[in-house]
Design a protein around this ligand. Structure first.
Ligand code: PAF
Length: 289
């Protein structure tokens, strides 16, 4: 595995792989890797012969008062973890490589549109514009055949799919399932900030999603499914629910009570100072007889 920091070094390695007829897989990350990321690498490996993982904490997707400065930067540990997972190249660019000439991002060059200001976008104004901008830069820098993103960030995946369909149709998008701890808590770089007690509290998030799923399977209308999830939060005052919604996965807009079929339950909540998100694909069935 090679660690490179510049586009020139990366270009050479990717060009060598491509000229040897290899399919190039790409996993963009912001580092602080956990098992969830490493599974994305495993999936990239299944899809490609040569795997590039980028590690770049993108200032443009952090808003005022968010955790950009204190976002964990653990390059050495990340590289050690990747050594064990058949990664070929770790691309850890400086800000100047990503945002030339001076490393200052300036204004986002990609726009997330209306859906970009709902749910996560409403809590984090500008986040999706910044995320899409860096994803576009990284896809241009790496030039992969396939890119792997985690379902955990469902709204991000929705936006990235639109970006890739429009601007990177040559790159295949693979969405990897969310990896969970035994308690059901979705793996996230932010889990490291939770105390053991808060980790326990945070399990309400996946429990609420399971309650939504259960209600959907029994044919309850979307608003009742959401209510079932709310009930779980009502019993866990240490978790502050920000939103719990059921959206149409094609539109990322809330479904109405007539909706039947595959939908996506999405949730965001704060536990202590830590903001956590999760989601689950559900099937709203016809009402039980
Ligand atoms: O999901 C993330 O870690 C980031 O949003 C991404 C896709 C690496 C862009 O900075």
């Amino acid at each position: 595995m090679k660690l490179v920091h510049t586009k020139t070094e990366l270009d050479q390695l990717v060009a060598e792989a491509k000229s040897a007829g290899q399919r190039v897989g790409f996993v963009p990350t912001m580092g602080a890797l956990h098992e969830g990321h490493l599974r994305l690498v495993d999936i990239a490996r299944e899809q490609a012969d040569f795997v590039v993982v980028s590690i770049f904490v993108n200032p443009l997707q952090f808003g005022e008062g968010e955790d950009f400065d204190k976002y964990p930067r653990t390059l050495e540990a990340d590289c050690e973890a990747l050594e064990g997972r058949q990664c070929d190249v770790v691309f850890a660019p400086s800000a100047t490589e990503v945002y030339p000439p001076d490393g200052k991002p300036g204004k986002p060059t990609e726009r997330a549109g209306i859906i970009g200001s709902t749910f996560e976008g409403s809590a984090r104004p500008g986040h999706f514009d910044g995320m899409l901008t860096v994803v576009a830069r990284l896809l241009n820098l790496v030039d992969p055949d396939v890119a792997v993103f985690g379902q955990k960030d469902a709204q991000q995946v929705f936006m990235v799919r639109k970006l890739m369909d429009a601007k990177f149709p040559q790159v295949e998008l693979v969405v990897a399932p969310t990896i969970r701890e035994a308690s059901g808590l979705a793996m996230s770089s932010r889990n490291r900030y939770l105390t053991p007690a808060q980790r326990e509290t945070a399990t309400v998030i996946s429990k609420a999603l399971r309650a939504v799923d259960f209600a959907a399977k029994h044919g309850l209308p979307a608003s009742f499914c959401i209510e079932a999830g709310h009930t779980l939060f009502a019993g866990e005052p240490e978790a502050k629910l920000e939103y719990l919604a059921v959206v149409d996965p094609q539109l990322f807009k809330p479904v109405n009570d007539k909706f039947k079929g595959e939908a996506l339950a999405i949730v965001a909540a704060r536990v202590g100072g830590v903001r956590l998100i999760d989601n689950q694909i559900i099937e709203i069935r016809e009402q039980d007889a």
